[in-house]
Design a protein around this ligand. Structure first.
Ligand code: AN7
Length: 361
């Protein structure tokens, strides 16, 4: 039996690469160190010789990649003496802010678009004790209100415009490089505010500049068609998509993401809601991996670009799955309506046996 040190979260693990002092009180829930899972079935179904890995960020403590950034943002807010944090959110940021605020003993204020956040995320914000402020408006309006109110009230913004968020989130790229020993050829990622694509590129470049690896990926950002400002080349005022996490029309990291696009020689593209949901279902049913709709955008786009040959055979591809499928049970159940996966029978041996024998594949 070999013992290994207890994993205590990404700030401890990467403290030399993060803006942390020796005596900083670290606010951590053990985030990071998420699995990089090689897909077994989908590549062959595509009929292409490609190697696809998914980085399952849904396995972070609050079920999304936001924990990587939030542990840093809250750690630094507390270090600076802040008693309250605030964010606008399509759901996951609010869940993470609520949890890390509870851990730190500070107040979290979260602005969410009324009726447009997935049920699991709302439950998280509420049960962790955040002050949930629903606005009759969308994320972009909430973000502007957060910026305005932070000028007038003693609250620290923990959206990804807080630079410590991206510092924490860059560690996902470190983990990928450590496991693969080199950069993938392509890193495919869902894009909303474009903080995460920016943070990944920071991480990839940092290991490259320090000579830890000698390759860099092409960064490919996929948006939902109804919320695709990077494809339109301008802000979108009324974004709409089933993938509520990325229902964002005014990305906060607009300029940074265009730099990533250029430097990495990657591209942006869009996926329809149908493609997103199909990819989510394919991943659950063929690989056993359950991510939320927004997260499946990375795989939906990658599959299309693999099929068309834009991503060449022989490529190694990492798709980030940003959030857990349990975040949005309503959409998952709705997706299965009309399937014959649920059968109601009398509580008798005869009926249960018939249900089994009729459904053996
Ligand atoms: C599952 O929670 O913006 O491009 O307020 O929850 O870094 O914005 C969520 C974003 C992708 C997009 N996937 O990441 C919020 C919020 C999921 C997300 C994104 C989000 P960015």
């Amino acid at each position: 039996m070999t013992f290994r040190p207890r994993y205590t979260g990404l700030i401890d693990r990467y403290r030399d690469r993060l803006p942390i002092h020796d005596d900083t009180r670290i606010i951590s829930l053990g985030e990071g160190n998420t699995p990089l899972i090689r897909l077994n079935n989908i590549p062959s179904q595509l009929g292409k010789d490609v190697d696809i890995y998914v980085k399952y960020e849904g396995l972070n403590p609050t079920g999304s990649f936001k924990d990587r950034g939030m542990c840093m943002a809250v750690t630094k807010a507390v270090e600076e003496g802040s008693k309250a944090i605030i964010c606008a959110s399509t759901g996951n940021t609010s869940a993470a802010a609520a949890a890390y605020a509870a851990r730190a003993g500070v107040t979290a204020f979260v602005l969410i678009p009324e009726g447009k956040i997935a049920l699991g995320k709302l439950a998280q914000a509420m049960i962790h004790g955040a002050v949930v402020i629903q606005i009759k408006g969308n994320f972009d309006e909430g973000m502007q209100l957060v910026k305005d109110v932070a000028e007038e009230a003693p609250v620290t913004i923990v959206n990804s415009i807080n630079p410590f968020r991206l510092q924490g989130q860059k560690t996902a790229a470190f983990e990928i490089l450590e496991e693969l020993g080199a950069a993938p050829d392509y890193h495919c990622i869902p894009v909303g505010n474009a903080g995460n694509i920016t943070a990944h590129w920071m991480g990839y470049k940092e290991y490259h500049e320090h000579g830890i690896v000698n390759s860099l990926p092409k960064m490919v950002g996929y948006q939902a068609s109804g919320a695709a400002p990077f494809m339109r080349g301008e802000m979108v005022d009324n974004p709409e998509t089933v993938a509520t996490a990325i229902r964002i029309g005014h990305p906060q990291s607009w300029d940074k993401a265009w730099v990533v696009n250029k430097e990495s020689q990657g591209w942006f593209d869009e996926c329809s809601d149908e493609e997103i949901l199909a990819a989510q279902k394919l991943l659950t049913s063929q690989e056993g991996i359950f991510c939320e709709p927004a997260s499946a955008t990375s795989l939906a786009g990658a599959m299309r670009d693999i099929k068309s040959g834009k991503i060449e055979e022989g490529s190694k591809i990492v798709c980030t799955l940003t959030g857990h499928g349990l975040k949005d049970p309503d959409t998952a159940i709705k997706q299965c309506e009309g399937d014959d996966g649920m059968i109601t029978v009398d509580a008798t041996l005869e009926q249960v046996k018939k249900a089994i024998l009729d459904n053996m594949s």
